[in-house]
Design a protein. Structure first.
Length: 185
């Protein structure tokens, strides 16, 4: 139930972009879910792009709707929800190191290495980039800590009832191979 609730909320947030682009930040939903934008009041300095109008940009809204409301994408939202943190970290890492300088040899020439592609059966040559330093990790941890401290909802541990089956160990289940029946003599 909770898993489906997270997917349902994420889907309604995903669909909300269709309302947001037309400067509509609250709307009515018949099936529940999120019926408003999650941002606060937007000032003029935060808005750098104009809103789309229903009449002038109908074709743009239609094209965006085909992407946002794609059934295959919406059916796979649950998978994206589970790997959200991993995807964000991968995007941050990529953005930090996309313009890394290349390594140089002692004589000042660019250092290269070759890679064999099994599919094409060809060798390719790539410039060797300098090693990653991961200097953004400290900044990321500090911002995570600040977000956690300022979180209004917080995290609560779930207290399980004494008769909850999740408290039973998987290793306590009786199995005939582990507990042979006594022989009758």
């Amino acid at each position: 139930m909770a898993k489906n609730l997270g997917e349902k909320i994420l889907k309604s947030i995903w669909r909300s972009v269709l309302h947001h682009i037309t400067n509509k930040h609250e709307w009515i939903l018949s099936n529940g879910g999120v019926n408003h934008c999650l941002h606060g009041e937007l000032g003029e300095e935060e808005r750098t792009k104009p809103w789309l109008s229903h009449s002038e940009h109908a074709h743009v809204k239609k094209d965006l709707a085909t992407i946002v409301l794609d059934k295959m994408l919406l059916n796979n939202v649950g998978y994206y929800l589970k790997f959200r943190a991993r995807n964000r970290l991968a995007a941050l890492d990529h953005n930090m190191y996309v313009k890394r300088p290349v390594q140089k040899n002692n004589d000042g020439t660019i250092r290269y290495h070759r890679v064999f592609n099994k599919k094409s059966g060809r060798w390719t040559v790539h410039a060797v980039k300098i090693r990653k330093q991961y200097q953004y990790i400290q900044t990321l941890l500090a911002s995570d800590l600040i977000m956690r401290i300022n979180d209004r909802v917080g995290m609560k541990t779930t207290v399980l009832a004494p008769d909850d089956p999740r408290l039973i160990s998987k290793h306590l289940i009786w199995h005939p191979l582990n507990h042979p029946l006594p022989r009758s003599s």
